[in-house]
Design a protein around this ligand. Sequence first.
Ligand SMILES: Cc1cc2nc3c(=O)[nH]c(=O)nc-3n(C[C@H](O)[C@H](O)[C@H](O)COP(=O)(O)O)c2cc1C
Length: 195
Amino acid sequence: MDTLEAIKNRRSIRQQKSDPIDEATLNKVLEAARWAPSWANVQAWRFVVVRDQNIKAQLDATRGRRPPPPPAPGATPPPPPSAVITAPVTIVVCGELKKAGVRPDGTPSTDKGDSWYMYDAGLATQNLCLAAHALGLGTVILGAFDARKVAEILQVPEGFAPVVMVPLGAPSAPGRPTTRKELSEIVFYDKFGAK
Ligand SMILES: Cc1cc2nc3c(=O)[nH]c(=O)nc-3n(C[C@H](O)[C@H](O)[C@H](O)COP(=O)(O)O)c2cc1C
């Protein structure tokens, strides 16, 4: 698949089948993440590949989604189960603290401190999602969860922080149609705000 086409046609896939993903395919996706650029190439990221159904359920519970009410007669059908649970694999992208944007003596290189790990994790995650899409798989980046609970569940050591969860699986429903701001709204020339 052409890169530009992959970038434009990828959508968040929130409903995924439970069909297993073979090792070679999974590794292609992880390989794409591995080759993302990062601050001074420190690669302050780690990927926890979760396949265990029980652990996935625990991860999903950290998202704080309310359980759906019991269906009333004639009510609209309940929402589909979370992709974190149905997808065969959920990848938890973790960042290493005090590495990206930080000099070897521990002082920050910029006013952003070590938060560049979020940026780098984002780049790796986008690579991962695009590679998955090119391979016919669906992903959705999930950031709304209790990261402390996720760290506990996955035994993430001190010095690392869960950043996003990405369920990975064959799409069972297409992504929602979406839009983007027009370039005229977001691109300036020479000075911020200048059109
Ligand atoms: C950092 C980040 C966090 C996100 N967190 C969530 C989330 O918690 N739940 C969710 O349903 N979607 C989440 N999304 C997906 C966005 O809602 C989605 O990318 C956006 O609406 C654009 O849709 P598209 O990905 O289909 O183009 C997140 C995306 C990013 C980049």
